[in-house]
Design a protein around this ligand. Sequence first.
Ligand SMILES: C[S@@+](CC[C@H](N)C(=O)[O-])C[C@H]1O[C@@H](n2cnc3c(N)ncnc32)[C@H](O)[C@@H]1O
Ligand code: SF4
Length: 460
Amino acid sequence: MKNRLNIKHLNEEITGISTPSPLQFAFCRKKSAHAGGRAAVIPREEQVSRFEQALKQPGDTAQQRCLYIHIPFCRVRCTYCNFFQHAASKTMIADYFAALLKEIRWKAQQPWTQSAPFQAVYVGGGTPTDLSAEQLLILGKTIRSYFPLTPDCEITLEGRINRFDDSLFENALEGGFNRFSFGVQSFNTKVRRSAKRLDDREPLMRRLQELSAVNAAPIVIDLLYGLPYQTMDIWKQDLQDFLESGVHGVDLYQLVELGGMPMQAMVEKGSLPAPADTAAKAKMFEYGVHFMRKHHIKRLSVGHWATSNRERSIYNSLAKTTAAVLPLGCGAGGNVNGLSVMQDRTLENYLKSIETQQHSVAMLSLQSSDAAVHKEITAAFDRGVVSRSALRQVSGSDLFEYCLPLFDEWQKKGLVEVEQDYLSLTLAGQFWAVTLAQNLITVLQQDANNTNNKQQHAAA
Ligand SMILES: C[S@@+](CC[C@H](N)C(=O)[O-])C[C@H]1O[C@@H](n2cnc3c(N)ncnc32)[C@H](O)[C@@H]1O
Ligand code: SF4
């Protein structure tokens, strides 16, 4: 490896723009929700057999592992959401649930699955809380009886407050769910209605207070900033409402505008005001960070806070690191034995595959040899701190030293602070954490490609 990264050819999209307000203007906008590296796609005809083989090998027992189960239904599509797959109906959910149980029993028997315990399980969606109370009980019990889990395994149920009554909560707890993550987005009734959220502020608040007061499991919520009608004053009230709700943790996400969201067509038609621009969202993030600090709420990552030790957020932190994630369900994604896998998003294909016990693979790729480095970068920026020793551990060299020219450039732009062995994100850097992680991964990938090309030329 050369001593230092050459950054002469890098443009402002990578190094950031020089501006008195890097928080608002260092980059144009956040382009995706998560950072990640490129992987080599395996030819279509080999995908199913390669994945089958991967599950037949025992896994690396030292590698941490999680289980992700996807429930791809929602009763109503929210205007800002890109995760929506299918409108829920009782019969569709029943058919899906039967297939999912089959998949659970089948995948749980695989040598890879049985070779080491899982530290975290996440049942996400879509809206898993749209399952019935009976289904939640069965799902929790099936997961616990078929998969090897660590004694302190975090088992999260994601969803929303709407129709999440006592029978659902009690059955979920009895099934073994020990963490609940609800999308709230905003407490404000006008913002909620315009986003097609299903409850008004008061019933939502009451229910969150009730669930949190039971003190049976951490209740955490997601808040979004930048939604149509969500002014800075409404955002301030949203944060105040989070405190009043008594929940144990909160994620603050900026609204990411991706193509195909129903909101965009509504804004174009004039039936909805435009959402906040990046500069306005940056100020909302700043307020959120100051608010949490003022109220002494513990920060677990750049966008996640906990009011109680009960909230550990194991899945979210593990899934961003080098942990393996076994994906189950239609549209679920993960990585197993060095392969990144995405299951089929088409319900019909998924049901047919499970029926005939065929792997429902829509995309399979070989994780690059640098996947561990890229994952560490993603996780480090999400924590807000990049450490020299952690980078050395995954890369086998002093990658921190190598990247210093880019780190110094970011420091000049007010995005990071570089000390001897650590790079820490400033408030501006925290807002741009995903962009910075993605930029670093992109630069390292280009650099590796250039080095390979030069070596090939030299050898020819
Ligand atoms: C896939 S949803 C599932 C949760 C649940 N169905 C609900 O209604 O809240 C998980 C989270 O993704 C976030 N999300 C959805 N669309 C988003 C967007 N366009 N930008 C940023 N975050 C988004 C929301 O905060 C949401 O709570
Ligand atoms: S935010 Fe949740 S309920 Fe709304 S469409 Fe997305 S996944 Fe479904």
